[in-house]
Design a protein around this ligand. Structure first.
Ligand code: AMP
Ligand code: ZN
Ligand code: FE
Ligand code: FE
Length: 282
């Protein structure tokens, strides 16, 4: 079984609509995949229909943007939570609204030095999507300022840049607890991806584990080899699931579907532990 549990669509910062992500998953030879858009479940229904038609298993998911008390960005993958859960909805709605205001503020700052405006960015955002820096990157590409999203992230859009503005995001342990209360399975996404920015220390891992964290995304291209070994040990110590996934963003990133995989045993365990939503089978 080829299982990839981390992908994005135009519901957040991927470049393909949910049905096209399902088609790409089939074309990549996957048997099962999860859609994990940032702070939104709006792609689940379309993906479920498309996956059924393609004979694929679909795992509804989401990637929750969080920020630790030290101001470090943390992403938590949530699988099979109840999308109607009030408390979780309130948090992700708040984050999505803040993402929009934050992007507008970043564009105001960028407009002082570059020929871009909010209208240019808006052209790259599907209505209702979770807006992120990749959408600003797309406008910088269209304006000919950078050649691709990656180049935009090296200087202009990094957290160290003077154009950077942060958005509201819940504390990671609080988000873990919210996911559990919504019947979902929380997995810490790319926990040691330090080329993206600072990563959290052991006490934040402990807080998340105490709050009910159930897994670590160990196999991810942004986790360096030494970090993966440490994560595997941590998973063993605390009886956490270990996942591997691509973090596919369509044409927005070079990550290829199926470049890292999750075992069928782990997907079974996710299904057993979840009570908020069901895996969609063909
Ligand atoms: P934001 O959600 O606004 O904080 O933007 C972060 C998102 O940008 C990440 O979740 C990735 O999807 C994307 N991203 C980060 N680094 C890069 C990169 N080098 N190239 C393309 N996309 C990136
Ligand atoms: Zn993303
Ligand atoms: Fe992420
Ligand atoms: Fe992601």
């Amino acid at each position: 079984m080829k299982i990839d549990l981390h992908t994005h669509s135009t519901v957040s910062d991927g470049t393909e609509p949910p049905a096209d992500v399902a088609a790409a998953a089939a074309a990549a030879g996957l048997d099962a995949f999860a859609l994990t858009d940032h702070d939104s479940t709006a792609g689940w229904a379309e993906c479920a229909v498309a996956a059924r038609g393609l004979g694929l298993m679909f795992v509804p998911g989401m990637e929750i943007s969080c920020r630790s008390t030290e101001g470090i960005s943390v992403h938590i993958l949530s699988y099979l939570h109840d999308p109607g859960n009030r408390a979780l909805r309130v948090e992700i709605d708040r984050t999505r609204e803040s993402r929009l205001i934050r992007a507008e503020r970043m564009v105001e700052r960028l407009a002082e030095d570059f020929p871009i405006s909010w209208q240019h960015v808006a052209k790259h955002v599907t209505p209702g999507a979770s807006v992120g820096r990749p959408h600003i990157a797309d406008a910088l590409v269209t304006a000919g300022i950078v050649t691709d999203r990656s180049e935009a992230f090296t200087e202009i859009l990094t957290p160290k840049s003077r154009y950077f503005v942060s958005h509201y995001a819940p504390n990671p342990a609080d988000a873990v607890a919210l996911v559990r209360a919504a019947g979902g399975v929380p997995v810490f996404a790319h926990p040691v991806a330090h080329q993206r920015g600072r990563v959290v220390g052991t006490h934040t891992f402990s807080e998340m584990i105490d709050a009910g964290l159930l897994g670590l995304e160990v196999e991810h291209r942004d986790n360096p080899a030494e970090g993966r070994q440490w994560l595997r040990q941590l998973a063993q110590q605390h009886n956490l699931l270990v996942t591997g996934s691509s973090d596919y963003h369509g044409a927005g990133k070079s990550n290829r579907l199926g470049e890292f995989l999750t075992s069928s045993r782990t997907l079974e365990r996710i299904e057993e532990m979840a009570s908020g939503a069901a895996v969609v089978r063909p």
